[in-house]
Design a protein around this ligand. Structure first.
Ligand SMILES: [Zn+2]
Length: 249
């Protein structure tokens, strides 16, 4: 690390669990962020400021004025522009020393798998079940850690599925595909702006902890937030021995 980097990351380096070696590790790491919206904004901003050396951020959508209430990567000037491109502009200003790779197109499974294969951690900041199930399958097949988050109305949830560990449950253990619930979308139901910030920051914290192997991750736990009453609940996630994804040897 150069002198200016030692200064930039000094408050991390002061933490004994991170120290110089941990910060070096962050600088050499690669996070894949799927979605540059409400969750992807705080996730990628904290990853960038923390010095994650390489961030790939994917979003095929363009910025709409109705996004600006909570998608803090974007501003008035970004309206009509691709979200991943707009994200890079913001993130590069937060930390010019890291590499940001925006992916502007809608990815098929093969393309997503290729990107995921190069990442240390996959962070699901998507807003639909199709992507969540696809990322779960990909992360399981590649044995990569997946940090999952979701937020709608006043309710949010976070969990970690770490497929480097054989006993990790997966997203489908929690929400079997057969029980496909009606998809709630922010466009139809609304979402409380700071909620996506809280959930996204928690996802960023989990991703950084996974890279550094600090403390206990949310593996096997689903954290649920009711931001209206500001109450958190933890639900234990049991690995489903009949799960059609992770029970396959
Ligand atoms: Zn499973």
């Amino acid at each position: 690390m150069k002198d200016n980097q030692l200064l930039r990351y000094s408050r991390h380096i002061l933490l004994p669990e991170i120290d110089y070696a941990g910060q070096e590790k962050l600088l050499k790491s690669h996070c894949l962020v799927i979605g540059a919206g409400g969750l992807g904004s705080p996730v990628s901003i904290y990853l960038a400021s923390s010095g994650i050396g390489k961030i790939t951020i994917c979003d095929f959508d363009d910025v709409d004025i109705s996004n600006l209430q909570r998608q803090i990567l974007h501003n008035d000037e970004s309206v009509g522009k691709n979200k991943a491109v707009s994200a890079r502009k913001f993130l590069q200003r937060v930390n010019p020393e890291i590499n940001i790779y925006p992916i502007e197109k809608k990815l098929n499974t093969t393309e997503m798998k290729k990107l995921a294969n190069n990442a240390d951690v996959i962070i699901d900041c998507s807003d639909n079940f199709e992507t969540r199930y696809a990322l779960n399958r990909i992360a399981f097949n590649l044995k990569k850690p997946l940090v999952s988050g979701a937020a709608i109305k006043y309710d949010g949830q976070i969990s970690v599925f770490d497929f480097r560990k054989n006993d990790s449950p997966c997203y489908e253990c929690l929400f079997p595909d057969s029980e496909f619930e009606e998809e709630l979308r922010c466009a139809d139901h609304g979402v409380f702006s700071p909620l996506v910030g809280i959930i996204g920051c928690t996802q960023a914290a989990e991703a950084i902890k996974i890279i550094l192997d600090i403390g206990s991750s949310l593996i096997g736990r689903l954290l649920l937030l009711d931001s209206k009453d500001m109450t958190w609940k933890t639900i234990k996630i049991i690995k489903d021995k009949d799960c059609k994804i992770c029970s396959i040897k």
